[in-house]
Ligand binder design. Structure first.
Ligand SMILES: Cc1cc2nc3c(=O)[nH]c(=O)nc-3n(C[C@H](O)[C@H](O)[C@H](O)COP(=O)(O)OP(=O)(O)OC[C@H]3O[C@@H](n4cnc5c(N)ncnc54)[C@H](O)[C@@H]3O)c2cc1C
Ligand code: FES
Length: 510
């Protein structure tokens, strides 16, 4: 394992060799167009190509250039939402189906990796949900009862955690979970898809979707892919302005990779029950001379665009890790990413409620995007092949957010509260107060302007108003990006869009 040089923000999965791809340079017709080359898009594309469909994948960036390259890749059906809550929201049978779907997603990843000989460090491990205090211990007991109610019989309460320093209280042990190197898997999946005759066009940003019997995705260069079916797997749907975005909320999450002596921590997945919770796994040595393992710890989630000093999230994560894992040595990696939390805890996968029968979406990944993305592949393939699928209703994107009314109202009140940003003064009074390498919002008359000062001291200005639904963006000093606090659109320092829901850049400064 080599220490990364230079950047303090380095994800542990970088440097995987990807199949070679290029931008869309012509108009193409096919059976299915998939927009998004992350886990959801590529799993769907691969499974449809296996069914004999002619499939084209488009992506703004490179393969895995979205959140899939930032994941910590726990593969788990011990869902964060907890079965206690899922039973309350959806009922016992649906909670059982949710559990089954994530378990089958892990099986599917294992099956594909084996069938396509993808060397991606897939390992079956147990998962441990641990309590930090008596109240959390009580929650564990309730969760045990809930998993028993849905028929998951081999989850057990253990008196002690396998890592003594983690907690002195009991923990729940979930068998047959998994871990994987997501980018090695994705690179192999992409290659397997190409081998089946599929096509992937990268650097191909879609700016327009034209629904209809034949549905079309148009890229910024004016080239188009026309297909009988469209799958929008862009993490958050970029073909929607409103509907889905009221039912999920964007959160930033942080992860670090810490060196620990080899074999000092049992190879397993670990989660606590705090809010926000911590998620921990191991990446074991892959070569025999290595003296240490990599402990990957994540957490410190907060609403996107709503933390003034996000660097503190890393500091807190490191502090917590050293407390719980005293054997932790150097921090080798640290990175952040974005997850979309659906208000009722389950992803939205299936027919797009507002774009006709032949458009499909996969979103609302939460902390289970690797399995939700794989479920998307299986479910959308069945829908396009006109086959029944037991999970269709459970993940139906048109289901009401009011099933989880409390969270739905809380998240939408939070969005409404961002309107205050129109009325406040800026972060600073004028552009000259913006220091090199940073960004600040200034007020110019009635409007707000995002000012970025580059390392040479040149100030770049663009509108601070998000083109999605008009909230005011805020500076993310960890990622050097402008992040929208309402539905999670993100932009680079010069205003170029990185992440939807918007497809558009920030406008010129008024
Ligand atoms: C730090 C972190 C830890 C995580 N840990 C876990 C974990 O342990 N287990 C787990 O299951 N999940 C985890 N997740 C969640 C999981 O990684 C993600 O949910 C999942 O990778 C999302 O996959 P996706 O295919 O939906 O989206 P992405 O991987 O983001 O892919 C979407 C693609 O769409 C492209 N795109 C967007 N807009 C356009 C457009 N207009 N035109 C063309 N292309 C476009 C993007 O470039 C991108 O490549 C974690 C996430 C983070 C950030
Ligand atoms: S993402 Fe919706 S207003 Fe910015």
């Amino acid at each position: 394992m080599k220490r990364e040089s230079g950047s303090t923000l380095t994800a542990w999965m970088n440097h995987v060799k990807l199949p070679s791809t290029h931008p869309l340079g012509e108009n193409v017709t096919c059976d299915v167009c998939v927009v998004g080359a992350g886990i959801a898009g590529l799993t769907t594309a691969y499974l449809l190509a296996k069914e004999g469909k002619r499939v084209v994948v488009l992506d703004s960036k490179e393969i895995g250039g979205g959140e899939t390259s930032r994941t910590t890749a726990h593969l788990s059906n011990a869902l964060d939402e907890r079965y206690t809550n899922l039973i309350k929201t959806f009922g016992k049978e649906s909670a059982r189906l949710a559990c089954q779907s994530h378990a089958q997603a892990i099986d599917k990843i294992e099956e594909i990796a084996k069938a396509e000989s993808i060397d991606c460090d897939f390992v079956r491990v147990d998962g441990y949900l641990f309590a930090n205090n008596r109240e959390e211990e009580e929650n564990l007991l309730q969760e045990l009862e809930a998993v028993q109610q849905i028929g998951w019989a081999d989850v057990v309460l253990r008196k002690k955690s396998p890592v003594g320093t983690l907690t002195a209280l009991p923990c729940l042990q979930f068998p047959n979970q998994g871990r994987i190197h997501a980018m090695k898997y994705l690179a192999g999946l992409a290659q397997a898809f190409l081998n089946l005759g599929g096509k992937i066009f990268t650097d191909s940003h879609v700016i327009d979707f034209q629904p209809g019997m034949v549905t079309t995705a148009v890229t910024t260069t004016g080239h188009a892919v026309s297909a009988n079916h469209m799958v929008v797997a862009t993490n958050t749907p970029v073909n929607h302005r409103f509907q889905i975005h009221t039912k999920q909320a964007p959160y930033r999450t942080y992860a670090i990779g810490v060196q620990i002596p080899a074999n000092s921590v049992e190879d397993a997945l670990y989660w606590d029950t705090q809010d926000p919770y911590h998620y921990i796994r191991l990446q074991k040595n892959t070569t025999s001379e290595e003296q240490y393992d990599l402990l990957i710890v994540g957490g410190e989630d907060h609403k996107t665009g709503q933390h003034n000093h996000p660097i503190e999230c890393f500091q807190e994560l490191i502090r917590w890790t050293r407390l719980k894992f005293p054997m932790a040595e150097d921090v080798l990696y640290q990175w952040s990413g974005q997850v979309f939390e659906p208000v009722d805890g389950l992803a939205y996968i299936g027919r797009d409620p507002s774009h006709g029968e032949n458009t499909f979406i996969a979103t609302g990944d939460s902390g289970h995007g690797m399995t939700h993305g794989t479920i998307a592949g299986m479910l959308i393939t069945d829908l396009i092949m006109s086959r029944p699928n037991a999970w269709e209703k459970l993940y139906d994107p048109s289901r009401s957010g009011l099933k989880a009314a409390g969270t739905f109202i809380k998240e939408n009140m939070n969005v409404a509260a961002q309107i205050k940003d129109y009325l406040t003064s800026g972060d600073v009074g004028n552009p000259m107060q913006v220091m090199p390498g940073t960004g600040k919002i200034i007020r110019k008359g009635a409007s707000k302007v995002a000012v970025y000062c580059d390392q040479d001291g040149i100030r770049h200005q663009c509108s601070a108003i998000c083109p999605h639904l008009g909230c005011v963006v805020s500076w993310n000093s960890v990622e050097s990006s402008w992040d929208c606090p309402c539905h999670g659109s993100r932009f680079d320092p010069f205003g170029k869009v990185i992440t939807g829901p918007t497809k558009h850049d920030l406008g010129p400064a008024e």
